[in-house]
Write a new protein. Structure first.
Length: 82
C-alpha cells in the first residue's frame, strides 16, 4: 500500500513544478494538498472547502488486478468485448 511518501524532497518537487512553468501556484497547492490528504484527510477536506470534495479513494494506489479490471470496463464501454 502506498505510504504517501515520495523519495524526492519537497523543495525538489516544488522546483520541478516551477521549471515546468504551468500554473505554478495552483500546481504547488495541489501537490501540497495531496500530501496533506494522505496524512490528514479531514484537514485536507476542510482546506479544499465544503463545495470541493476530495475523492481520496480514487487516488490511492491500485493493484494490477484493479487496473486491468478498470481498463477492461473502459474499453468494453467504447466497443464490444472482442
Amino acid at each position: 500500500m502506498a505510504t504517501g511518501r515520495h523519495p524526492a524532497a519537497l523543495d525538489a518537487i516544488h522546483r520541478a513544478i516551477e521549471l515546468n512553468g504551468v500554473a505554478i501556484d495552483r500546481n504547488k497547492q495541489a501537490f501540497d494538498l495531496g500530501r496533506l490528504a494522505l496524512a490528514d484527510p479531514e484537514q485536507a477536506r476542510t482546506l479544499a472547502g465544503a463545495d470541493a470534495p476530495v475523492p481520496l479513494d480514487t487516488h490511492r494506489e491500485q493493484t494490477a488486478e484493479q487496473i486491468v479490471a478498470r481498463r477492461v470496463e473502459e474499453l468494453t464501454g467504447r466497443a464490444d468485448a472482442a
